[in-house]
Each structure stands twice: as C-alpha cells, then as structure tokens.
Design a protein around this ligand. Structure first.
Ligand SMILES: C[S@@+](CC[C@H](N)C(=O)[O-])C[C@H]1O[C@@H](n2cnc3c(N)ncnc32)[C@H](O)[C@@H]1O
Length: 405
C-alpha cells in the first residue's frame, strides 16, 4: 500500500488513507447521483474527518496582523461539557483528528488541559496552534501526546522587538522565554512534532489603519532560532487579509503584478539564505499559498470548482457556530449551524442537512474567487474524479498516517 509522501498539504492523499477512503468513495458516488438529479441521493452518513476546534474567542495577545481580529474577544467560549458531547457525537460519525486553533488562544480556555486529555484519551490525533504564552499548560499534558500530534507556535519573528511589535503580548512575555518553554515541552515528550510558525509580513501591508512591521529580513534568523531551540520544523506562510465588506480571507486583492513581483523577490532571497543556514534536521515548510506565490501561481488558487468538496471532510466548530471552512470563520455565508450543531445525534442530523444544502448551493467559484484556497488541489482532484468515468473502487489506498485536514 502506498505511503503518505508529504504529510502536511497533500490532502487528496490524506483522503485516500485506509480509514478515510470509504467515505471519499461514498461522497463521490453521492455527488454523481446528485448530478444525475437522483432524488434518492442522501448525503453519506459521516461527519468530518477533522475539525478545527476554536475553544474560545479570548486572546491575551493583540497581534496587529491577526486575520481573526474581527472575531476575537467577543466573550464567547465553548463549555467543557459542550466540547465533550460534540466530540463524542462526532467520533461516532468518524472524527479522527482535532486541531485546537483559531479565533482566540486555546491555552487561555479554563479547561484546556482537560480538553486535550479528553481528545487524546479518545484516541484522536491532536494538533495545537498557540501563541506560546501559556506553555506550562501544554507541558502539563505533554506526556499524553503521541507520534504525529503537533504543537505549533505562532512566533512570526526572530528578534525580540519584532516579536513585541507583531504580537503586543501581555506584560512580561518574551520571545526568549517562549522559546525556552517550547524546548522544555519537546524535551518532556520528544514524540511531539514542534513547529515554529512564521507569517511573512512584507512592507506596505495595512491593517486596522496602520502599516504592519515587516519581518521578511528576519527569516534566516528565525530558522537559526528554530534549530537552536529544538524545533522539528519551521513553517512559513504569507500574511492574509480579510477583505473589507465581505470579511473573506484574501491575498493581493486586487492583483498588483509589479508589487507582487517585488515582494516575491524579497521573500525568495530571504528563504534562500534561510535554506543555506538551516542544518540537515531542520525542515523548512512553505504553506500551499506561499509555494504558489513563489511559483507565480497564486491566482490559480483563486480559481475553484463550483462545488467545494472539502466541506464534507473538515469543518470548524467555534463559539460563534459551525463553519464549513476555516477561511469563512465568522463569515455568515460559511455558517452551517450554531455552536451546538454537533451536541447530539439530532443536532448532528440538522447540521448535516444544512451541510448538504451548503454543498449543493454554495458556489465556490464565485464565493471563493478572492480566497487563496488551501484545498484548491483536493477540490479539483475530487471534481475531476466525479466527472470522470472511473469507478470509485479504482481509487488507490494510502496507509493511515495523518488525519489533519
Ligand atoms: C488566529 S491564530 C489563533 C490561535 C493562536 N492564538 C495562535 O496564536 O496560534 C491561528 C493561526 O492564524 C495565523 N494567522 C493570524 N493572522 C494571520 C494572517 N494575517 N495571515 C496568515 N495567518 C495568520 C496565526 O499565525 C496562527 O497560526
């Protein structure tokens, strides 16, 4: 059986994993029936493979570049009971991984440790994206994490002053302190995959009426810091913006080829130097959209098929509701249920009915024409398969490995 080659971004291979492929086959079969206008076609009885679980909207940093700035610190949070019940329901429907991430800062949730314990004790894979301010809470549950689980720190800087400008942390928190704590967590459990996340901010980006501090020049130093403090990888991604009016995530909108070329050449130089300075053990990852930027194919990622297939395989559960896509967190067109949408079997049924309607009616070609979509490749892969004469039994199966979508 084929192995997953590139773990992070090859979503179509992830959907072909042994534990997932059956629902991919049923989904394709269902889509074909829908397209034949077969009235008996029912959405396959599975929930998402993977969810983004936003524990709380509360955040103790004030990052000027925050793509979620419009939905943080609203006072909303998910309760421990609701989280446990929702995960229970979803696991019965095939949930395999949980990513504790956006909106606010997961580690400020009152029950953070218990939530991680609950997820891990259920045998689900877990990923944690954090600003690193409360790593002692991660350390308290570090021994539960298994091979494949990850902890990713959103640092976005290599120097103390840039770190402060780009995060405005609550008093006393320093980049050095966070890096030391991260190293301690890694030492406590070397199985955890520890990531240094770096949003690349170039000159001329304005958010909230101010120009953001550029960190392009610090990229090589960040790679050195990541190595010095025992990170397994550093991942770079471009700074996204939410468009005024629609609230959708975007990048270089409207397009500006001359500016893009200048920005890309600066980033390329920094990344080349970073590669030259990185040791053999330091993995440098580029997000799908950064890679597309470097390859001059950014605008291709804004061209989606009409149907967004990914919404069947991963969703976002947040205090403000269930969303069909991380890029539509907090955006009304992306909301398929309220925050109790997975609480029990009955609510799950209603949420799936809403998802069914969303898959049928949400026009990704139009709605996502400004979104640089992470799921572009997998959506097209599924779309082409649906429209092909191939039988679903021909889909090649990949060994189970990584269920994060
Ligand atoms: C909004 S944060 C919330 C989770 C947690 N507080 C943290 O700091 O990781 C979730 C992710 O969004 C990323 N992010 C925030 N603003 C962004 C932007 N403008 N462009 C790209 N990624 C961004 C962060 O780097 C982080 O990895």
């Amino acid at each position: 059986m084929e192995k997953l080659r590139e773990r992070e971004h090859d979503f179509s291979a992830k959907l072909r994993q042994k534990s997932v492929v059956e629902r991919l086959r049923q989904y394709i079969t269902w889509q074909r029936a829908v397209r034949r206008s077969d009235d008996r076609a029912e959405l396959p009885p599975f929930g998402p493979v993977s969810i983004n679980l936003d524990l709380t909207s509360a955040c103790n940093f004030r990052c000027p570049h925050c793509v979620d700035s419009g939905i943080i610190n609203t006072g909303e949070t998910l309760s421990l009971d609701a989280i446990k019940q929702s995960i229970d329901t979803l696991q019965k429907k095939g949930l395999l991984s949980v990513i504790l991430i956006g909106g606010g800062e997961p580690t400020v949730h009152r029950d953070f440790e218990e939530i991680v314990r609950f997820i891990r004790n259920r045998g689900l894979q877990v990923g944690i994206a954090t600003n690193g301010s409360r790593l002692e809470r991660v350390e308290a549950v570090a021994d539960l994490l298994q091979e494949g689980d990850w902890l990713r720190l959103s640092l976005d800087a290599a120097r103390e002053d840039t770190f402060h400008k780009s995060h405005r942390p609550a008093g006393g928190i320093t980049l050095r302190g966070i890096l030391r704590n991260a190293q301690r967590v890694k030492k406590a459990n070397p199985k955890i995959s520890l990531g240094y996340s770096y949003v690349i901010v170039w000159e001329g980006i304005h958010m909230g009426g101010h120009e953001l501090a550029s960190n392009v020049g610090e990229v090589p130093e960040a790679v050195e810091k990541a190595r010095e403090y025992s990170f397994d990888y550093i991942s770079f991604k471009p700074c996204l913006l939410r468009l005024e009016g629609s609230g959708k995530e975007s990048l270089f909108d409207p397009p500006d080829p001359a500016r893009e070329a200048r920005v890309i050449s600066g980033i390329r130089e920094s990344l080349l130097e970073a590669q030259a300075r990185s040791g053999p053990d330091m993995k440098i990852l580029k997000s799908v959209n950064l890679q597309a930027m470097m390859d001059g194919k950014l605008h291709e990622l804004k061209n989606q098929p009409v149907t967004c297939h990914s919404q069947f395989f991963r969703t976002v559960l947040a205090p403000s509701g269930v969303f069909h896509c991380p890029a539509f967190r907090g955006v009304p067109q992306g909301r398929i249920a309220s925050d109790d949408g997975y609480l029990d079997e009955e609510m799950f049924g209603r949420t799936q009915a809403s998802l069914d309607a969303s898959i049928r009616s949400f026009d990704a070609r139009r709605e996502c024409s400004v979104v640089v979509c992470f799921y572009h490749h997998v959506n097209w892969w599924i779309e082409r398969f649906i429209e092909s004469p191939r039988d679903v039994s021909e889909i090649e199966v990949v060994q189970d490995n990584n269920f994060f979508l």
